[in-house]
Design a protein around this ligand. Structure first.
Ligand SMILES: *[C@@H]1O[C@H](CO)[C@@H](O)[C@H](O)[C@H]1NC(C)=O
Ligand SMILES: *[C@@H]1O[C@H](CO)[C@@H](O)[C@H](O)[C@H]1NC(C)=O
Ligand SMILES: *[C@@H]1O[C@H](CO)[C@@H](O)[C@H](O)[C@H]1NC(C)=O
Ligand SMILES: *[C@@H]1O[C@H](CO)[C@@H](O)[C@H](O)[C@H]1NC(C)=O
Ligand SMILES: *[C@@H]1O[C@H](CO)[C@@H](O)[C@H](O)[C@H]1NC(C)=O
Ligand SMILES: *[C@@H]1O[C@H](CO)[C@@H](O)[C@H](O)[C@H]1NC(C)=O
Length: 454
């Protein structure tokens, strides 16, 4: 245990040195595997295209619900532990008194709601064990299911820390443990985390540890990163509905993958999502360091939310074709690759739908789920306009494929839902944009791109 504490202060230097030798240009890229790609653990070849879309809409609804839960949880949490949190059995008292000072910034995960839309491969330990995990800009902790874990998702064998020579538990007085504030307990002097949103959502409990991570890059080489802090989950009350063996937190918190790699990746990462029509045959890219520099971009500041586990900007206006919807109340818009659909405030979405009805001259059909659908069976001159989002000083042009979704043979629907609490820029809207996150300057960059040529 002692070695792990002394190792930690040198983590970023070690990571930097390794990256420097392996990557003269300080960058690397890994594959993002879509839910419906044959290499995804959720791949189901028997689903029809329209079943697949329906499942995707359900996942997106669940994700939006989880984001809303995050915010209510956040408020609830200001006065200490939510009543829905059972302390892990066998635990001693928390490392710190449970009642955190009012207003303390609370970090929480968004992981717990659904299975996700993208996966990535991580290789863990010595010798390496490959785990297909969910990269999540809405999470901070990296965690995987570890032996023993009776209720963990087990399509493949779990990671077994006992068989890895590079695994060490982190003690309660380690710096990473203090960064878990306040969702931690001491169990036999090992730092133990737990994560949940409360009501109706599963939690995970496990040991905070350090381990060597290996990433297979898109060029086929491997990046080995020793001493990354991650959670080894042993207790959960139900990840069974989610085909998730682990989460790679990409949020702003100090324990996220991006923050831990820190200066060795110039504090930046990016992704470029290939269009829906290609997600079954192509993977997208998640880039770090110099690979994450977005050329030709519009760059804006993100909302300074105290480095919570998500990235957000303000939505200040919408234009349909050449016509502005007029003034709207600015809302926080979360840039979330875990959501398929885009969400707008109900009143704004209504105005957008009205404007689109006037612009698109196809017959409308009811879908029951999505607010506006058209029957394309009789016409070919669709006339779908671009939809331009004003995000601070940036203008993001959503092409028809960023805003509309073919839900069956002849029916195309607006891929948006109402949400009055905040807006979400979903992953359909993000397709064919290279989107970069700079955690040092807390800025986000958008550039239209052909993500198939990444
Ligand atoms: C979301 O907004 C609605 C309407 O403003 C409000 O009633 C509800 O409490 C909010 N939910 C959360 C989780 O903040
Ligand atoms: C703590 O360690 C003791 C002795 O190794 C063990 O018997 C006990 O099960 C451990 N407690 C927990 C909660 O892991
Ligand atoms: C897991 O525990 C939480 C908190 O106690 C609870 O709200 C939730 O319903 C449980 N989930 C499952 C799948 O049992
Ligand atoms: C939008 O404005 C441009 C430039 O004024 C014009 O060329 C174009 O035809 C207009 N488009 C529509 C759909 O009105
Ligand atoms: C902005 O919000 C206020 C308060 O909710 C509301 O009265 C007003 O109508 C909104 N303005 C627009 C342009 O939607
Ligand atoms: C679309 O229009 C065609 C031709 O009018 C009609 O046969 C078909 O039932 C319509 N589809 C839906 C989903 O309404």
């Amino acid at each position: 245990m002692a070695s792990s504490t002394t190792l930690f202060p040198f983590l970023s230097i070690v990571a930097l040195a390794l990256l420097a030798t392996a990557y003269a240009h300080h960058g690397f890229s890994v594959e993002l595997i879509h839910h419906d790609h044959p290499r995804s653990p959720s791949y189901n070849p028997t689903l029809s295209p329209s079943d697949r879309i329906q499942a995707e809409i359900q996942r997106s609804n669940a994700r939006a619900a989880s984001l809303r839960a995050y915010f209510s949880y956040f408020h609830e949490y200001h006065d200490g532990y939510p009543s829905t949190y059972p302390p892990p059995s066998g635990s001693q008292s928390p490392c710190h008194p449970p009642n955190s000072p009012h207003g303390t910034t609370i970090q929480a995960d968004l992981f717990a709601s659904t299975d996700n839309n993208y996966y990535m491969s991580i290789r863990l330990g010595t010798p390496v064990k490959e785990i297909i995990a969910v990269p999540d800009t809405g999470s901070y902790l990296i965690w995987v299911g570890c032996e023993p874990c009776p209720k963990c998702y087990k399509k493949d064998p779990l990671f077994n820390p006992a068989t890895s020579s590079s695994y060490t538990n982190l003690p309660c007085d380690s710096k990473p443990c203090s960064q878990l504030t306040p969702q931690r307990f001491c169990v036999n002097s090992t730092c133990t985390y737990y994560e949940s949103y409360g009501q109706g959502i599963p939690y995970v409990i496990g040991d905070l540890a350090q381990e060597t991570f290996t990433f297979k890059t898109t060029s086929g080489s491997f990046v080995r990163l020793p001493g990354l802090v991650f959670g080894c989950t042993h207790i959960t009350n139900g990840t069974s509905q989610r085909n998730t063996a682990g989460i790679v937190g990409l949020g702003g918190h100090p324990l996220s993958l991006v923050s831990q790699l820190g200066s060795s990746i110039e504090h930046r990462f990016s992704y470029c999502l290939v269009p829906s029509s290609l997600t079954k045959v192509m993977t997208s890219h998640l880039n770090f360091g110099s690979d994450a520099v977005v050329s030709g971009a519009q760059t804006i500041s993100m909302i300074d939310n105290g480095r919570q586990s998500f990235y957000a900007v303000t939505l200040d206006g919408i234009t349909v074709g050449n016509n502005s919807l007029g003034p709207i109340n600015s809302t926080m818009m979360i840039v979330d690759c875990g959501s398929t659909l885009t969400s707008l405030h109900g009143t704004v979405l209504e105005r957008l739908v009205d404007a689109l009805k006037k612009t698109i001259s196809l017959p409308q059909v009811e879908d029951g789920q999505l607010p506006l659908c058209f029957n394309e069976s009789t016409r070919s001159d669709y006339g779908y306009p671009d939809i331009i989002l004003q995000l601070g000083t940036a203008t993001i042009t959503l092409k028809p494929y960023n805003a509309f979704l073919m839900i069956n043979n002849h029916v195309r629907c607006l891929a948006m839902k109402p949400n009055d609490n905040f807006s979400i820029l979903g992953n359909i809207a993000q397709q064919n944009f290279h989107i970069g996150f700079d955690l040092a300057s807390w800025k986000i960059s958008f550039a239209a791109a052909d993500c198939t040529k990444n």
